[in-house]
Design a protein around this ligand. Sequence first.
Ligand code: IPM
Ligand code: MN
Length: 358
Amino acid sequence: MHAHITLLPGDGIGPEVVAQGRLLLEAIAARYGHSFSMEEALIGGCAINASGDPLPAATIAACLRADAVLLGAVGGPQWSDPNAPVRPEQGLLTLRATLGVFANLRPVKPHPVGAKQSPIKAHLLKNVDLIFVRELTGGSYFGAKQKTAEMATDECRYTVTEIERVTRRAAELARARRGKLTHVDKANVMETSRLWRSTVTRLMREEYPEVRVEHLLVDAMAMYLLTRPADFDVILTENLFGDILTDEAAVLAGSMGLLPSASLGTGKVGLFEPIHGSAPDIAGKGIANPYATMLSVAMLLRHSFGLEVEANAVEAAVSQALDDGVLTRDLRKRASVSTAEAGSAVIARLPQRQRRAA
Ligand code: IPM
Ligand code: MN
């Protein structure tokens, strides 16, 4: 197939890990007979430096003409003054809204190497294979905001339509996996949560009666995620709860450097990014772990292009590189593997030339 991919390296370690993502896409194209054209655009702090705008119009245009977008990370201490008129994160939030990517998929399936690195006891991590579906374009992130010297508000607002469309995404995943959906809310306190709970309950009964549904309160879930993570399959939740719980879930995987994400809507363009941040403390040193970005490329191949064989090959190659001890510093204290070496190790572990018939 032919596809056009826009790369948004962003700030900090973003450019280093996205460079490995690009090499991986080129390797997949060569081995499987695809043609991927690519272009790069600015987002976040680097875009503020260049133009004062964290999401310049040229970047939006580059994303809208792409078939998929691969993003590194945004932000850094240089731009984190709370009183600054613009922040790098606004670029990412506006991009999510512009692309309409309301469903953020964040799978967590600890690899043994990561599990060893996790502070959670090994027996609790056995059989952990879960995926978050975080609502990404609503809630308090996008509600009306106000700030005076004396008060501030972030309105949390959800419509039935917003809840339904992301619930369908989660339900489809649950049906293709182990048939269990855990919906997380704060229905004992929040009106939005009560709307979520009744909407999820009704839609699942009407459209997905074969999927088992449970509702858990977010404070309890924060605990269960660490005390019985193997019990969960698909976890559906609103934007802010999902932001918090997915960082917590990264503890299960042992490193933020191993977790990919896919943000999907009903439009054709998906947005793919590692869940880690820009890691300014190690930026520019060539030691950042590129695996989360490479796994995000696998999600891109699967969800945007339907290339399941290629996606599986990338995931297997990353897993094999980890098995073989190709480890960056976040995965083993005295490890000395560079970003580029880890990237090459994955590419070297892809199956050799498997050209498909045209
Ligand atoms: C994430 C990040 C973003 C979020 C920030 C950078 C705006 O933490 O993707 O989880 O809060 O959604
Ligand atoms: Mn986050």
